[in-house]
Structures are given as C-alpha cells and as structure tokens.
Ligand binder design. Structure first.
Ligand code: ZN
Ligand code: ZN
Length: 335
C-alpha cells in the first residue's frame, strides 16, 4: 500500500492468472466515513487484500463506503464480500447491478460473443477454433455476488466527499457503458477507472454491431482531456500526470486502427475473421492461430467496434448473404 496523495492510498489487488496482474483500488481516508474506489475479482484474495489495508490504516469496514468505477468483474467482483450492510456502494448502474442502458446481463452478452467467436473462427476451425469461449473465462469473470443493499446510483455532477476532497462524478461511457471518472477540482486529482490508462489502450467492444461504443469512447476522451488535472489515478498500471497527451495518444491509436481496418476492407478482406486476424495486435510475437480464445474474443470485439464506427460513418457497408449463418458477415467498400 502506498500513500499517493494526502489521505489517498493505493492498494494493489491481485488478479490471479490475468495479464492485467492487479487492480489499483484506492482508499480515501476520512475520520467519519472513508471511501474505497473499486475492488477486484470475486475471489477471497480481494477481500483479504483490501481488509488488511483497511486495518493497517486503523479503519474499520463498518465505516467505509464504496465506489465502483464500472461494472467489470475486476472492479465490482469483490465488493459484495466487503460491504457491510450499513455501507453504501455507489455506481453508475441499475440498482440490480446491471448497466444503466444494458438490456441483458453479462451472460447474455457472453452468449452473443460466443456466437460471434464461433462463427468467425469457422473458416479456420482447428485446435483453438474448436475451443468454446466460455471455457476461456473462469466463473468469476462471468458472474459475481451482489451487495445485499444494492447500489446507490451515481450520476453526472454528483459530489462524493472524503478526506478533504470533493470528487465530482463524470460519466465516461465507451470502455463500459457504466464507466465513471472522479475529479477533485481543488487538488486536480483525477480517478480515471479504466477510461484512461497509462500503458494500455482500454478494450472497446461492440458485440451487437450497433452499440456505438467507439464513438462514445472517443467523445468521453474529449470530455475529460482538458480538465486541469495534476495527477491521474488509473485502475491498472502506473499513475501519471499528463492526461491531455494520454487522451491524444489513445485517440490517435483508434484513428490508426480505423485506417488499418479500412485498408484491409479496401484490399478485399470481407470476413470478420480475415479483418481481425489481419490487424496489427500486440501479441508478444504469437501468431493469430496461437492466441488464447479469450484474447481472440477481445480482438473480435474491438474489430467489430471499429467496423461499426465505419458503418455508422457510411464508409463501409455490410453485406449479409442468406447462406452465411449467424454473425458471419461480409464487408466491402460502399460504391
Ligand atoms: Zn474495465
Ligand atoms: Zn479493469
């Protein structure tokens, strides 16, 4: 645990077996009610790590409230095991924990994702192509316990006060529809969740082809880019200072990926599999065929987000043939 600013402590909550390695949870210490921002997976190690940090600061879990930056399992998973009945759990989601604009739960999303994945891999069905997507994700990734008291809804402009800070809630949908950031004007501290990370480009996924998440994400980058920030506290990886240039880097990354996808379509790639496997991914030297099903799923989801952005912009068009089942779709240049 490290004190990153007066009364703000960072805890590295381990994410076993996950390439992200850990989630940064933050404790904002207060003599009345402290705040804990984010948790980790729904695993015993999450509760153990956070509880230990709370005790080390001389606090009690009875006197803390929680803020969940978004409804992903590495952030919300552990909160139900930590939140005492009298604690409040703030999040930008429905009281039942689903995302505000989500029609179906995570399992339904996963079902759709499985169809995308299986159909996309059909042309190359081999060892990896046969593997079911669901087996790629352990159970704590697809479902997690809910706090008995439900969630207290956070909305744009709400203020959370603790440790001498007044954090304003900023809705930043894109990486997840429920994503929020927190900004304290007085100190310039910006809690960025997964919206802006220093070393990783947050995964932007469209499963339905019409979610519009990339457009949302790019708008949400613009929304926070010019805030007078002195320190960014992200949910993964290192802390950083220059929010503006990081937002610009992430926008440029997506512009480059859009170019990449478009040039593949222009060169005659039509199938989702061809386009996704043809994009430049940071695979650590692995060939597409060697990638884990989970990694491929994120790559497909991200490619669909870029394709649907180009579809919305009218740059490409979608071809569906009766003989092509499910989510196997074709793309070509609009003439
Ligand atoms: Zn996330
Ligand atoms: Zn995360």
């Amino acid at each position: 645990m490290t004190e990153v600013s007066n009364n703000i402590f960072k805890i590295d909550v381990p994410l076993p077996g996950n390439p992200l390695c850990s989630t940064n949870a933050y404790i904002i210490r207060d003599s009345e009610r402290s705040l804990i921002i984010d948790t980790g997976f729904d695993l015993p190690v999450t509760a153990e790590t956070i509880h230990k940090a709370v005790l080390a600061l001389g606090l009690s879990l009875k006197n803390v409230d929680f803020v969940i930056t978004h409804m992903h399992p590495d952030h919300v998973g552990g909160v139900h095991a930590l939140a005492d009945a009298e604690c409040r759990v703030f999040a930008h989601c429905r009281p039942d924990g689903t995302n505000a604009s989500e029609v179906a739960g995570f399992n339904e999303q996963l079902r759709l994702a499985e169809m995308v994945y299986k159909n996309a891999e059909k042309p190359v069905r081999g060892k990896n192509g046969e593997a079911g997507l669901r087996t790629a994700f352990p159970p704590y990734i697809t479902s997690w316990g809910q706090p008995k008291q439900g969630y207290s809804q956070l909305q744009e402009g709400d203020i959370l006060t603790a440790g001498g800070y007044h954090f304003r809630c900023i809705e930043t949908p894109g990486h997840d529809v429920s994503e929020i950031c927190l900004f304290d004007e007085g100190s310039g501290i910006f809690i960025s969740g997964d919206h802006v990370l220093k070393n990783i480009s947050p995964n932007i996924i469209d499963i339905n082809f019409d979610d519009g998440n990339l457009n949302r994400y790019l708008q949400s980058l613009k929304k926070v880019r010019d805030l007078p920030v002195s320190l960014v506290l992200p949910a993964h990886g290192e802390l950083f200072i220059d929010l503006k240039s990081r937002c610009d880097d992430l926008s440029a990354h997506h512009a480059e990926r859009l170019e990449n996808v478009l040039s593949l379509v222009e060169s005659g790639c039509e199938m989702l599999y061809e386009i996704t496997s043809g994009c430049a991914w940071n695979t650590g030297g692995k060939l597409w065929q060697e990638l884990e099903p989970g990694m491929k799923f994120f790559a497909y989801g991200e490619t669909i987000a870029h394709l649907s952005y180009l579809l919305d912009a009218g740059v490409i068009t979608k071809i569906e043939k009766e003989a092509v089942p499910g989510f196997m779709r074709k793309f070509s240049l609009q003439t």
